[in-house]
Design a protein around this ligand. Structure first.
Ligand code: GLN
Length: 292
């Protein structure tokens, strides 16, 4: 028996109502947004299509495809894994379970980095780049910066390279752990969204993080172990006056400022995300012969 065609405005209303009633969703993301993103992905249309063509009809095959997408969302799978992509900054990035899904909080680092008084041809490296989000956003805004990225997971490094190629942005991706592929090299900006969740944090059992690799999320020492390593080795890889900028949890600002200061960084300060929570800390390496 064939199914009657359904208007997209009808489908959206029903799909978001179903998602809103799903008790397994502890994710704060709005069911209406999830339904829209799934629909637009299958239609291959921009968001404006929803308002211009609310009467557009979904045929039986499309309804079956969307029903399968909704089932996956019901089982808790992140929308970015179902569609295989996520918007970050002004870019659409391919995303998959090999790494962290780009998050809006991380855009606050991109914005802060773009506000730094760096040279026109600054050398910049993104440590633990994942999808390539930070490096690619910076490359899209600053065509003269020399952007490199480091990623430990081979699968994620390949993903970052595909994103760079697809967007035609010149970012060199090295595979390895933190500074390992950068021996003897210095940068004007080192930027990173490393793992920083405490392994015992209960929020690891809720929402999208259940479907992301633990290696991209958690760090020993209450989530601070990787940030500590990045800070301690930064002076060996920064030019004098170079900046280290690292994302962290909303309650880790004071601890991260202490780690930066202990590493010999100056002008250490914490910045906030759009929700006004502490989200990243930056510091300047004054150089070997500074009087500090
Ligand atoms: N901000 C992310 C979260 O709390 C974690 C990102 C990370 O560990 N780098 O879900």
């Amino acid at each position: 028996m064939s199914k009657a065609p359904v208007r997209i405005d009808q489908w959206l209303a029903e799909a978001s109502a179903r998602l809103a009633h799903d008790k397994s969703q502890s994710d704060p993301e709005s069911p209406a947004v999830d339904a829209e993103v799934l629909l637009l992905h299958r239609l291959g249309k921009p968001r404006s299509f929803l308002f211009t063509w609310p009467e557009h009809l979904l045929d039986e095959a499309m309804q079956a495809q969307l029903a399968a997408d909704l089932d996956r969302r019901f089982s808790g799978e992140p929308v970015a894994h179902i569609t295989g992509e996520r918007d970050f900054w002004t870019l659409t990035l391919e995303s998959n379970p090999s790494t962290l899904i780009p998050r809006p909080e991380t855009e606050s680092l991109v914005e802060a980095a773009l506000g730094l008084p760096l040279a026109d041809e600054a050398r910049v490296v993104d440590l633990g780049t994942g999808t390539g989000a930070i490096a690619l956003a910076l490359a899209s805004e600053r065509p003269h910066w020399q952007l490199e990225a480091v990623e430990y997971s081979a699968e994620a490094a390949a993903l970052a390279r595909r994103n760079a190629a697809r967007l035609a942005l010149p970012v060199t991706v090295h595979q390895g752990s933190w500074y390992a592929p950068l021996a003897g090299r210095r940068f004007d900006l080192i930027i990173s969204n490393p793992p920083y969740i405490d392994p015992v944090d209960h929020h690891l059992e809720q929402g999208d993080v259940r479907f992301e690799p633990k290696s991209a999320l958690i760090a020993a020492n209450r989530g601070l172990a990787d940030i500590e390593q990045i800070a301690l080795e930064a002076p060996q890889h920064l030019t004098p006056g170079g900046v280290l900028m690292v994302e962290h949890g909303y309650d880790q600002g004071a601890a991260v400022r202490d780690l930066f200061t202990a590493a010999g960084l100056t002008e250490v300060k914490t910045g906030q995300d759009l929700g006004r929570r502490d989200r990243f800390t930056q510091g300047v390496w004054p150089g070997e012969n500074s009087s500090k």
